[in-house]
Design a protein around this ligand. Structure first.
Ligand code: SAJ
Length: 421
């Protein structure tokens, strides 16, 4: 089996680097995205997201003719679906992007093609995707009805790369390959071996789906433990940062770091896919989500207390004359991604409640998102340090780590990441 043409559907934080890495290995890659602006940008050899070194790899892939983007699916030998899987309503998974991606590739599928779902998905989503494809193409056979003899091979191979390190992790990480049948798995392994240097480990589609959800839930539970410790330590007058550093000297203890809450579109979302399937059983996983989701409000309360303390120490001032500076809006350090960011949510809530000026420093963006315009002033680190009465550290960006404590002496501090302590 040879894969001459690979199509990647969904050219976001996962799909675009994956497409670029296949193209760098001289596969002909057709990238498909519903966003015409993203398609135009990529076809100019540029990128619409921030990820270290991705611009160079995409530029080379496009100029050498290996990568081309389009809004309408074209025939290929393998299709990788890397579209979002958010949740809706009461945290139930929303598979509508997978459904539309399936329907968009169905007309161009041909006998022998391989379709891989890379999007993080609830258990059963790969079978559901295969059912959508079968419904659209009754002339082709699929693994759920024809097993090893099916015309189309289907697998779930969840992406596991860390934003900020995507290009390295795509190549080096081990890969879980969950085929709907062993032949489907073998085909997927062959495809990924184009660029994966890690191990390709074979399982079935449902276990692969659960494996990805388990990895992110494991991290969420561990962060919830750290966040709960930070609230306990605040009550007890103990530095949580020192506490965790000391506890982690034990050879079998590895506590993660507290923060302002858990953001991004993975760790704050994926555990709910387990909870929504097995609500009675997933008690710890649900509680971890609740602990992490409640952390931003705790930070906001800390900021209110800091404003109160500043006013007490400066009785001539009113709340209107107190300037709060929030350092960091992204969901984690050294990236530009503000989606599902607790830091952004905290800054907005402070701005809604506080009658004085609220400044925001985010070195990785040039412009505030529309819902912050008029409420918050985007400024640089120097301005914020000069003007802050209350300084709130929300993201441990490298720019903030070098701020010396003497620059913060005049301000009340709320440090959710422990870098100014
Ligand atoms: N966070 C903490 N404390 C920590 C570590 C993280 O508060 O000690 C917060 C971060 O600030 C951020 C959130 O957790 O708000 C998530 O950040 P992250 O770096 O833990 O993870 P993501 O969402 O960038 O990427 C995760 C990774 N999963 C695991 O490490 C198990 C990545 O490998 C996955 O590919 C990715 O989710 C995904 O796409 O699912």
């Amino acid at each position: 089996m040879s894969f001459q043409i690979v199509s990647v559907v969904g050219l976001g934080y996962i799909g675009l680097p994956t497409a670029a890495v296949f193209a760098a290995r001289k596969k002909k890659v057709i990238g498909v995205d519903v966003n015409p602006r993203a398609v135009e940008t990529i076809n100019r050899g540029e990128i619409h997201i921030v990820e270290p070194d991705l611009d160079m790899v995409v530029h080379a892939a496009v100029t050498e003719g290996y990568l081309r983007a389009t809004t309408i699916a074209e025939p290929a030998d393998a299709f990788l679906i890397a579209v979002p899987t958010p949740f809706k309503g009461d945290h139930e998974p929303d598979l509508s992007y997978i459904e539309s991606a399936s329907k968009s590739i169905a007309p161009v599928l041909k006998k022998g093609d391989l379709v891989i779902l890379e999007s993080t998905s609830p258990v059963g989503a790969t079978e559901q995707m295969s059912a959508w494809l079968a419904e659209a193409r009754p002339d082709l056979s699929f693994p759920q009805t024809h097993g090893e003899d099916s015309d189309i091979r289907i697998a779930h191979c969840p992406e596991r790369v860390l934003p900020g390190h995507v290009l390295r992790e795509l190549i080096e990480n081990d890969r879980i390959i969950g085929g709907m049948t062993p032949k489907c798995s073998a085909a997927a392994v062959q495809l990924y071996k184009t660029f994966v240097e890690g191990e390709c480990i074979i399982t079935d589609a449902r276990t692969a789906e659960m494996c990805k959800l388990t990895e992110n839930s494991f991290r969420d539970v561990n962060i919830a433990f750290a966040n709960e410790l930070s609230i306990i330590c605040d009550k007890l007058g103990i530095s949580v940062w020192e506490l965790i550093r000391l506890a982690n000297h034990h050879p079998r203890v590895k506590i993660l770091q507290p923060g302002p809450g858990v953001g991004g579109h993975c760790i704050a979302v994926d555990p709910w896919f387990i909870v929504s399937k097995t609500p009675e059983q997933a008690r710890l996983i649900r509680t971890a989500r609740e602990v992490n989701d409640s952390k931003p409000q705790w930070v906001i309360d800390q900021v209110q207390q800091a404003i109160g303390k500043h006013l007490q120490e400066n009785p001539d001032k009113t709340a209107k004359s107190v300037t709060v500076a929030c350092f960091g809006l992204a969901f984690k350090p050294d990236i530009d991604d503000l989606r599902e960011s607790p830091s952004k949510a905290i800054t907005l809530k402070i701005a809604d409640a506080h009658p004085g000026t609220v400044l925001a420093v985010e070195p990785n963006i040039d412009k505030l998102p529309a819902n912050m315009e008029g409420k918050v002033i985007l400024c640089n680190t120097e301005d914020a340090l000069n003007r802050a009465d209350v300084a709130v550290l929300l993201v441990d960006h490298k720019e903030f780590k070098s701020i010396s404590s003497s620059r913060l002496e005049h301000a009340e501090r709320v440090d959710t990441r422990g870098i100014w302590n």
